[in-house]
Design a protein around this ligand. Structure first.
Ligand SMILES: [Zn+2]
Length: 186
């Protein structure tokens, strides 16, 4: 474990903000989302069944990000436990879409790992985020004009935030400073 991770892990106080302006909205929607989230671990998938998708746009990483924010705003322990379950599920799926992007790839999925670390200070989540960063780096392609990153289509490259280089770069910046560099969509 790096010195930076050890130092940060020593701070154990959750960074919750019950007076956050999003409080009333999260308070209204949080219990409803908890009731509707189907636990499909171990499910047998049929053709066309999208239950197994596990990405920011379709699956547990996006759900986890909502519950991290719900915990940050309301401080309710059931929300951080749900976010941790989403993080565990996502981490077990690994590079499920063979894609490095924010929307449905490694960078976006790892956001829930960074957020779990930011709120819990449990170094395990940051180590897992760095593991996903190493997997993301495999997609870096050098060209005479500079580095390019895979887009939505595996045969394409893109500078986009959601499906390309900008989002991947933002994830790497977040890893360097999880508290100072925040996800713009949260
Ligand atoms: Zn997507």
């Amino acid at each position: 474990m790096s010195e930076a991770i050890r130092t940060a892990a020593g701070r154990s106080t959750p960074h919750t903000h019950p007076s956050h302006p999003c409080g009333p909205l999260v308070q209204r929607t949080g219990p409803a989302v908890l009731r509707r989230w189907v636990d499909a671990r171990g499910a047998v998938l049929r053709s066309g069944d999208r239950t197994g998708e596990c990405q920011w746009c379709h699956g547990s990483p996006g759900v986890g990000l909502f519950f991290v924010k719900a915990y940050e705003v309301l401080g309710d322990a059931q929300y951080i436990e749900t976010a941790k379950a989403a993080g565990e599920t996502m981490y077990a799926h690994g590079d499920v879409r063979a894609n490095p992007s924010q929307c449905h790839g490694l960078a976006g999925n790892a956001e829930v790992l960074v957020e779990l670390y930011r709120l819990t200070r449990d170094a395990l989540w940051l180590e897992r985020a760095h593991d996903f960063a190493a997997r993301t780096l495999i997609y870096r392609k050098s060209t005479p004009e500079g580095d390019v990153w895979q887009g939505d289509d595996p045969l394409s490259t893109s500078p986009d935030f959601l499906c390309g280089a900008a989002g991947v770069g933002h994830f790497f910046l977040r890893l360097l400073d999880p508290d100072g560099m925040r996800m713009p969509l949260l």
